[in-house]
Design a binder for this molecule. Sequence first.
Ligand code: FES
Ligand code: FE2
Length: 468
Amino acid sequence: MPAGKGTITMTVEKDIKPGEARCPGVSVQDLLDKDSRPVPDYLRQQDYEFLGDEPIPYQRYTSRDFFDQELDQLWPRVWQWACREEHIPEPGDYVVYDFGPFSVIVTRTESGDIAAFRNACTHRGTKLREANTSGSAVNFRCPYHGWTFDLEGNLTDYMCEWDFPHVDPKEYGLDPVSVGTWGGFVFINLDPDALSLDEYLDPLPDHIESKIFEDRYIAMHVQKELNCNWKIASEAFLEAYHVMETHSQLTGASGDANTQYDFYGDHVNRLINVAGISGSYVERPLTEQEILDSFLVGDSGDVSEKPTVPEGGTARQVVAQSFRDLAASTGTDLSAFCDSEIVDSIAYFIFPNQQFFAGVSFPIVYRFRPIGLEHDRTLFDLILLKTKPSDGSPWETAEPFQIGHGESFAVVPGLDPYIANIYDQDTGNVAAAHQGALTAGRSGATLANYQEVRIRHMHQTLEKYLGL
Ligand code: FES
Ligand SMILES: [Fe+2]
């Protein structure tokens, strides 16, 4: 039995202030000291402070009234990525992005710019395009009475003008939605006067070069419905505290309780979860060679031969170098990337519902959105990115593959079974978390001061949006 399971070890030091305690042993920063390359400043930053230890009210997940407040005060004012630029390469290409009851058409205009509009006719509100669809259009014509809008959203044609003397076509264009791009992602914000995307994402664009994500494409896209509130789903991916129990198979070769957590302003927080070390509570830490052997299980498709750890070396260094060599063979230069940037999970959360993983070896993106008016159902988008071939050979953006709430990720074509199992484990917890919140005998959820601070940070920003 791994140490720490079934026992409570009283290691809390009395004189230490709340939030100051850290997992004993090796830290992320200790590991960065051993990196084979210079480590960029953004990884050296530690930006944590104690944010309090009050319970998070369960009612925030279970109450329809609270969900209504979010629909009123939160979702119309936040930036979220709706699609990739390559989804709409030509004028008229469009994507419909739905979250909760809201729906947005994102399109490429005649001039080549990207525009977005509320997906509602300005006559009597009919939805112009179906939810979560995409296609190519010369204009957006309403199926009800035929009001027609050009790609810039202008009302260009409507029947029986004589009956609408009160309608000035200039005032009846589609309602505009703010648009911005970063990293090849197209972000939207229902608020036409929103804070700029750059300000909202700060400091992500300073930490991670936009080009790193621009050079990638969606190689796999999985959508899974989850029977829980959207925040419960998102929170399952905001901390590594659950790794020891939920993903106990990972603890041999993956950091858990020593993960670093940081937050910046209202909209951004991150974790650095190191790979290639034994978990903090394993009974017998693995040797570097054993770590390397298990490390490669999840990446077996990407590393052609099993290397060995040289005397004095580490599994992290070997894996990082394997990726550098593999990339070089396909014309991609990773020589400037430090080991951590290649092997670790460096995950940036952008409020309220999305995460971008900057690591080279496993670049993924998460997004969580409510389904329609249901406060207890969530659509989880899992995106796996790949680097666009540098030799100009073709690549194709993957279409979403949908799985039901009871289905395993194992049915997703091309998804490594080892990875599929991890996502089954993660999504396996969330319905129970929602159901437990409904029957709990206490008012709210308890959070770890450090390891779960990203959840508290998210809630404190939510409070600001809702005026709580
Ligand atoms: S509702 Fe769109 S044309 Fe009437
Ligand atoms: Fe997990």
